[in-house]
Design a protein around this ligand. Structure first.
Ligand code: HEC
Ligand code: HEC
Ligand code: HEC
Length: 409
């Protein structure tokens, strides 16, 4: 059942009244503007636009296809259109959707909507997001129905999923930590839902909570571990390095590739300096996590073939010693993403190439060419070479893995 909304309506009504009266009579107005401005900042930190925008000319109007291992789901319209958007929702409807993953008519959402993270948001933040969304221009747009494989096309199954894997409720602040650390945890675990990509999933697509932020496959890429692991985690990055990466999509260690770029452009580069720094402080406090796999040195034949290919195709930008040119050509020695146990992101960039993302803080463009003509074995050899030179160590890549990466997407 769609119910009339009250609180947001009241806020909007008072805003209208305020513009009609002298400022003196209008004591509520600044607070309401504040709520909308705060809601906008929270909506950016929650990256709602990345998933809920299919056509850039119609922000938040939904209809974007979200691929999951179980099939595709389409994001709904979050504009205040009464028929196809959420204009007819009450505040309670909105709270229930974000905190319980349940729609106003009682249907269960799929976790492609990160409600398992949003359930940790405090009530005032959810209502501020709602107040901001209510100020958008209404757009009529109905999302297509999900294309999920049987039996997941039955939403009622999500009841069982929730019973097994979903814990509703906010995060209690840890009083033994600083306010900044608690803010960072709130952003990482709740609003910015970093674990949606960086936390490994079980066979049912739910977070493996005992392995939080330890790295996961997502849409053909590997989202690296964000814990304190020495080679493939963030041990060698300072809090300042993490903040720079989140604000500009690159730093002296690495560049953000395809999926992370979207997060940087739509969300982290627009967060306040304080929030980005809080995220960095929280990530730097994470323990080393599970031990990194022991690496058997690759065969000398694979290494020498890899070196030959690297000297032929890659040195022009990355240099013979891999040092590149920080923030232009990412350095390969000590590169954490490159040394991830799972080579998927490295294979993607060699096969597809990449355009360096530009942000106000790092406006210069650059590009990495694609190498689709290298054979599977050649891509495996050059990847293995850069993963095991200049002090790097990571499991050798096989031609089979490259063949799979070519078709995965
Ligand atoms: C990773 C992608 C993703 C992100 C990020 C995301 N959503 Fe969604 N959202 C979805 C999908 C997909 C659905 C539909 C799920 C389904 O059909 O079961 C959805 C559903 C919803 C719904 C239910 C709408 C309806 O008409 O039933 C609301 C409300 C919502 N999202 C709000 C938000 C807000 C607010 C944010 C940011 C704080 C956000 N979403 C971020 C993917 C996302
Ligand atoms: C949509 C999926 C997605 C989300 C959400 C996401 N990431 Fe990422 N992230 C990735 C992928 C994929 C990469 C690997 C990028 C590459 O290959 O260049 C990455 C890379 C990174 C890196 C670089 C790690 C390294 O070793 O090079 C950091 C740091 C990072 N993400 C932090 C975050 C934080 C903090 C959040 C939440 C604010 C977040 N990510 C949310 C997908 C995601
Ligand atoms: C024309 C210059 C150029 C050449 C040639 C080149 N690259 Fe790159 N490479 C780049 C740029 C620029 C980036 C950063 C792309 C981005 O911002 O997403 C990059 C990124 C990478 C990354 C990702 C590093 C990270 O931090 O995640 C790897 C791995 C890589 N290149 C390997 C190679 C290999 C292997 C070759 C040869 C087969 C090669 N590159 C050839 C310019 C080049």
């Amino acid at each position: 059942m769609r119910r009339q909304h009250r609180t947001t309506g009241a806020i909007l009504a008072s805003m209208l009244l305020c513009s009609a009266f002298a400022a003196r009579e209008c004591t509520a107005a600044p607070a309401d503007d504040d709520i909308v401005a705060r809601g906008k900042a929270l909506t950016i930190a929650g990256d709602c636009a990345s998933c809920h925008t299919a056509d850039p000319a119609k922000p938040f109007a939904g209809g974007k296809r979200i691929d999951t291992p179980f099939g595709a789901v389409f994001s709904p319209n979050l504009t205040p259109d009464r028929d196809t958007g959420i204009g007819g929702w009450s505040d309670d409807d909105f709270l229930r959707a974000l905190r319980m993953g349940v729609s106003p008519n009682g249907a269960h959402y799929y976790p492609a909507f990160p409600y398992p993270s949003f359930t940790k948001l405090i009530r005032n933040d959810i209502l501020a997001i709602r107040a901001y969304l209510a100020t958008l221009a209404p757009v009529s747009n109905k999302a297509p129905p999900p294309e999920l494989r049987w039996p997941l096309n039955y939403r009622v199954l999500m009841r069982g999923w929730n019973a097994l894997f979903f814990t509703p409720g906010i995060i209690q602040p840890d009083q033994s930590r600083t306010a900044e650390w608690n803010r960072g945890r709130y952003l990482v675990e709740a609003l910015a839902h970093c674990g949606a990509c960086h936390t490994p999933k079980n066979a049912f697509g739910a977070d493996r909570r005992d392995q939080a932020l330890s790295g996961s496959m997502v849409q053909g890429m590997f989202a690296p571990r964000l814990d304190g692991a020495a080679r493939s985690g963030l041990k060698s990055w300072s809090a300042g390095d993490i903040a720079e990466y989140l604000q500009s999509g690159r730093n002296g260690h690495s560049h953000a590739g395809p999926l992370m770029s979207e997060v940087v452009v739509n969300s982290t580069s627009k967060m306040s300096d304080a929030d980005v720094h809080a995220i960095a402080v929280y990530l730097k406090s994470l323990p080393a996590g599970a031990p990194e796999p022991a690496v058997t040195p690759p065969s000398p034949a694979q290494m020498s073939n890899g070196e030959r290919l690297y000297r032929g195709a890659c040195v022009a930008c990355h240099e013979l010693d891999g040092s590149g040119a920080p923030r232009i050509y990412p350095p390969l020695p000590g590169n954490t993403n490159l040394q991830s146990a799972n080579p998927a992101s490295t294979l993607r960039i060699i096969l597809d190439g990449a355009q360096t993302l530009t942000t106000p803080r790092a406006p210069n463009a650059g590009s990495m060419p694609a190498y689709p003509k290298l054979t599977d074995q050649e891509v495996a050899d050059v990847a293995t070479y850069i993963r095991n030179s200049w002090g790097n160590a990571a499991p050798a890549v096989t031609a089979d893995e490259v063949a799979k990466a070519r078709t995965a997407k």
